[in-house]
Ligand binder design. Structure first.
Ligand SMILES: Nc1ncnc2c1ncn2[C@@H]1O[C@H](COP(=O)(O)OP(=O)(O)OP(=O)(O)O)[C@@H](O)[C@H]1O
Length: 735
């Protein structure tokens, strides 16, 4: 298999159902239970009054957690721990990037899962706890070792500004005359600078104020962090070291704010941070569930540094949540500077959020304080769906820097730093304006949130399709359109291994989809549809769908073949029609030629017949004439004989002459001659009449022939001629 191509889904997708507060609504989601295994399938039923008549849908997930599932169960069994181990890297191996994210409709429990609540820790805090528990013996100290700090700075490829946690917290919470980088004053604090030992660290542009600056140089002041937490080991959970209770309710964190019901409706202070900032007390942060019994496999031959950074994607722009620029001492909040997600000089084949402020944390408490500080900056607002709804996609990043430890503390050289990042993402929830009852800027934010989640859904679908295509058919993968918005760019840009960064290909990510089974059916079903597909798991419904799709594709192929055959047939038919047309034309031509030839032949025969007829007529007339001539000659001879005899008698004996026998004979001969001459004359007259009739007929035939001169006319005339023949006229044959 080609390693440069992802062949399976990028995510393992888990579904977590939240206990619903709504009692008046109908439950639309059912979990399918199995006797042996954990539940993995759910079905959703459209509401009874669904006018769209949608079908019941069935979805599969890596695992489904029902309402009673606790934070620890989610943390332990969703695959977060293997991801953390992967980020740390095994013995002698570099770590690989990991991603844990939540996805769901607004108010479905994403932030609860990732960031916890007032009483319970979320995945982020639990991860930090486990991480520090296991790595603390192997952590380097950036506080005490400028060389280590410098090496960490130069190993970072993201053009980031690195700061030790104490310096960062001091700068954020130490009161400043003109504000500087301090966003809030911490009451009654006296400090002495301990940061002088890192003076060189503060000279870089955009770095925190140097000790001695007006913001932190008061002789009466002690850095807040040092005052509150005199030693890293002691500042944790010391009730006697609690800060004075601030005049405002201590609602400094977003997660705490969300569970503070009496302030739930008034969340405006979260969106526009107050100029006063109080450092949150670690002891007030939730401690449960514990993680002491969780073990992690780590490389004990290495030394580590844990670097925390946080940013949010708000209105499709990236903002640093640890950049202390909200107020800068003035009352009006400063405009925040958006950061770029791009390849850098030191990271040409991999995009990073450039210019982030990163904090090197040596302990869990430092990390928790940094987390709380960042969450304070994150945009939240009260909506109709959630009293403290995230208005941005929050990214909490843990860079695990790792290098080979020197053989002894005193001798040996440390190896170069390698770095891998665990990114924990709390996505903003999709929301419908009608349900969320948002307006103005909050509505516009919702538009951007929904848009980015729509693009995320598209990318997830495409990626899932690709995974299935390459797995099932080995087909060509489609390009996942992850450049459509910042969110998808951040989530997917580095997910696809290239030949140059193959060894650093990210681990399979964990996506926890949260849903309220009594919530908004439309929004939830859409999220489930996107997420279930990305899991790459196949449900029977999906199998049926795939079978149907395969069938469809077969039918389509057959259709294509049929279309090709049809086209060929059509072409053949057209050719045949053209050839038929040509044949018809040719037949017409041949017919015309034959008609012409026939006509010529007919004319010839007609002429011949005419000649024969004339010859016959002439012969008959000659014969008649001859016959008549002979008769006339005979008559003339008889007449002359008669006259000769009469003249002889006049000269002979009258008695002799006047014998009766002789007289009778002569009279009979004369009578016969006269009768014969009358018959010949009658016959002559009849022949004359017949001759005249024949001449008339001949004249008629000649007229007709004249009319038959043109072939086309001839044929038109020929057909009627048959009628003419039938009606008793003269036919050609007659002629
Ligand atoms: N599994 C759960 N158990 C107890 N409470 C929960 C659970 N899930 C959510 N809640 C509560 O429901 C409320 C809303 O949850 P949350 O803020 O986590 O929603 P969300 O999905 O992050 O919403 P948004 O997208 O608007 O930020 C909170 O008060 C939270 O504590």
């Amino acid at each position: 298999m080609d390693a440069s191509k992802p062949t399976t889904a990028l995510f393992d997708v888990y579904l977590r159902l939240r206990p619903s507060s709504a009692t008046d609504k109908e439950r639309f989601l059912d979990v399918e239970h199995s006797q042996t295994d954990e539940p993995t399938h759910i079905t959703i039923h459209p509401p009874a009054n669904d006018h769209r008549k949608r079908a019941i849908e069935r979805f599969a997930f890596t695992r489904v957690y029902e309402e009673h599932a606790g934070q620890r169960e989610i943390f332990e069994s969703t695959g977060v721990l293997p991801i953390v181990e992967g980020v740390l890297g095994g013995h002698g191996r570099e770590g690989r990037d990991g991603l844990v994210a939540t996805l769901g409709v607004t108010g479905s429990g994403k932030s609860h899962t990732i960031l916890g609540s007032k009483s319970q820790r979320g995945i982020t805090q639990l991860t930090l706890d486990v991480l520090f528990q296991h790595t603390s013996p192997y952590l380097v100290s950036a506080e005490t070792s400028p060389t280590t700090f410098q090496s960490l700075c130069s190993a970072d490829v993201s053009e980031a500004q690195l700061h030790p946690a104490s310096a960062f917290l001091d700068s954020v919470y130490t009161p400043g005359e003109n504000g500087g980088f301090s966003r809030a004053t911490t009451p009654a604090l006296v400090c002495e600078s301990t940061t002088t030992r890192h003076s060189t660290l503060y000279n870089s542009p955009g770095s925190f104020p140097q000790p001695g600056d007006s913001t932190s140089s008061s002789a009466q002041q002690q850095p807040v962090f040092d005052r509150l937490y005199p030693s890293l080991a002691k500042y944790q959970n010391t009730p006697s070291r609690q800060l004075p209770t601030p005049s405002k309710p201590n609602i400094l964190t977003r997660s705490i704010a969300k569970l503070t019901s009496h302030l739930a409706q008034d969340t405006s202070f979260l969106a526009a941070p107050s100029s006063k900032r109080y450092m949150p007390r670690v002891s007030t942060l939730p401690q449960i569930p514990p993680t002491d019994d969780i073990s992690l496999d780590i490389d004990t031959s290495a030394e580590y540094a844990i670097v925390v950074s946080m940013y949010e994607v708000y209105n499709d722009r990236i903002y640093d949540l640890l950049a202390a620029s909200s107020t800068n001492g003035s009352k009006t909040p400063q405009k925040r500077r958006a950061l770029l997600f791009k390849p850098t000089e030191q990271s040409p084949d991999r995009k990073v959020v450039a210019g982030l402020r990163k904090v090197i944390c040596g302990t869990l408490d430092e990390a928790l304080l940094v987390l709380e500080t960042g969450l304070h900056e994150r945009r939240v607002a009260g909506t109709g769906s959630n009293a403290a709804s995230s208005r941005s996609h929050g990214f909490f990043c843990l860079d695990i820097k790792k290098r080979r430890r020197p053989a002894t503390h005193t001798a040996g050289v440390s190896g170069p730093w390698s770095s891998s990042t665990l990114t924990i993402v709390d996505l903003a929830g999709s929301e419908r304006a009608r349900t969320a009852k948002t307006a103005g800027a909050t509505l516009a934010e919702a538009g951007k949130i929904n848009e980015s989640l729509m693009y995320l859904g598209q990318c997830m679908q495409m990626q899932s399709d690709n995974a299935r295509t390459s797995l099932v058919h080995g087909g060509v993968e489609k390009m996942v359109p992850f450049r459509q918005c910042k969110l998808t760019e951040l989530l997917f840009s580095n997910s696809f291994g290239t030949s140059s960064n193959q060894h650093k290909a990210p681990q399979k990510a964990v996506m926890i989809v949260t849903a309220d089974p009594l919530g908004d059916f439309n929004a939830t079903s859409q999220i489930l549809r996107n997420a279930a597909m990305v899991s790459g798991r196949s449900t029977p419904v999906q199998e049926e769908l795939e079978a149907a799709l395969a069938q469809l594709s077969r039918v389509q192929q057959e259709l294509e073949v049929t279309q090709v055959l049809l086209e060929e047939e059509t072409q053949r038919r057209q050719e045949a029609e053209a050839s038929w047309q040509r044949a018809e034309d040719r037949a017409e031509e041949v017919e015309a030629e034959i008609r012409e030839e026939m006509c010529v032949e007919m004319e010839g025969r007609l002429v011949l017949e005419q000649r024969r007829w004339r010859a016959a007529r002439d012969a008959e007339m000659d014969a008649q004439d001859e016959h008549l001539d002979r008769k006339l000659e005979l008559l003339t001879q008889q007449m002359s004989i008669f006259e000769d005899e009469t003249a002889g008698q006049e000269n002979e004996d009258p008695a002799e002459i006047m014998t009766p026998t002789k007289v009778d004979k002569k009279a009979t001969a004369v009578h016969e001659a006269r009768e014969s001459a009358g018959a010949v004359a009658l016959k002559y007259t009849e022949l004359e009449d017949e001759n005249a009739a024949l001449r008339e007929k001949l004249a008629g035939i000649e007229r007709e022939r004249e009319q038959l001169r043109s072939p086309s006319k001839k044929m038109r005339v020929l057909k009627p001629s048959r009628r003419w023949q039938g009606s008793g006229g003269v036919s050609l044959d007659d002629v």
